[in-house]
Design a protein. Structure first.
Length: 295
């Protein structure tokens, strides 16, 4: 299936999620057999013919103008991330399996930077959210990715499939769904990548949640925010994260987690950093109920 077909599928899913009231469309006559807007309603809101919009959804080999794409994005109420993904799907069109990209490497100076910010967790993420490097605090907070097989050193895979991640993230479903949305965006920029296809296939086989989120074509590009954790050693934390794209390689990102100065979360990070001796003095945390994921 070519990427033009993925472009059409994305439009169809975005159309299905909108009601006429949400889109500001005048109700069409006749009973609705499917949820969401009809093609003719999107076409009318976009200022194009129904036949033209139908060919867009069918993934035909046509070349819409920027003005038309912007009109379609407005009609479908796409946010900035969704519109960027739509453009990626159209621009990076490919009909056959791609070749594996070059192996991503972390510059020595960047590894030194990770160690220099050793009081807070920091990691370098690559394509597909592969964990390319991380400092000691990142390993203590999440997991030691360097101890995993190379094919498993992926943050999205760990979040969705590892039971420890299900216990660590207090808002697991939100975090996992956003990770899937970020993977969707990566697929749009790099279509038909063999490693990505393998990862998507593995997650689809083992996680019902992933299958549902992937079918929804949700995309996410949140580069900053807050994450709530329950760590088995130091208890509850609320950390801010910032994700910075690296100018020498836009497919590498530096992600740093931090806590507000003087907060209990900051104290917990300090305790985690202090090591096993300090952790041994902390009363053992009560076991948390298992996440009802079933995977």
């Amino acid at each position: 299936m070519g990427q033009s077909a993925e472009f059409g599928k994305f439009l169809k899913v975005m159309r299905a999620r909108l009601s006429p009231e949400d889109a500001g469309a005048q109700e069409s006559s006749g009973a609705r057999r499917v949820p969401g807007l009809r093609r003719e309603e999107v076409a009318r809101l976009s200022g194009v013919s129904t036949d033209y919009y139908t060919r867009l959804e069918q993934g035909r080999n046509i070349h819409p103008s920027k003005a038309v794409l912007e009109s379609v994005a407005r009609a479908l109420r796409l946010d900035a991330g969704e519109q960027a993904h739509m453009m990626d799907l159209l621009e990076h069109c490919a009909g056959s399996a791609g070749n594996p990209g070059p192996v991503q490497k972390v510059r020595p100076a960047l590894r030194q930077l990770l160690d220099a910010v050793g009081d807070v967790p920091a990691m370098v993420l690559g394509r597909r959210a592969d964990v390319l490097a991380g400092n000691r605090m990142a390993h203590l907070l999440f997991t030691d990715f360097t101890s995993l097989p190379a094919a498993e050193r992926n943050l999205t895979r760990w979040i969705i499939l590892d039971p420890m991640a299900g216990q660590l993230f207090r808002d697991w479903k939100t975090v996992a769904a956003e990770a899937v949305g970020a993977l969707r965006m990566d697929v749009g920029r790099h279509p038909n990548d063999p490693q990505t296809n393998q990862l998507v296939g593995e997650l689809a086989v083992h996680s019902e949640h992933f299958r549902q989120w992937w079918a929804g074509h949700r995309v996410t590009s949140r580069s900053a925010g807050t994450v709530r954790l329950h760590h088995p050693v130091v208890g509850d934390l609320e950390l801010n994260f910032e994700t910075l794209s690296l100018p020498d390689d836009p497919d590498q990102m530096l992600r740093i987690y931090s806590a507000k100065a003087g907060s209990p979360s900051s104290d917990a990070l300090t305790l985690l950093n202090f090591g096993e001796a300090a952790a041994a003095a902390v009363p053992e945390a009560e076991p948390q109920p298992a996440r009802p994921d079933g995977n």
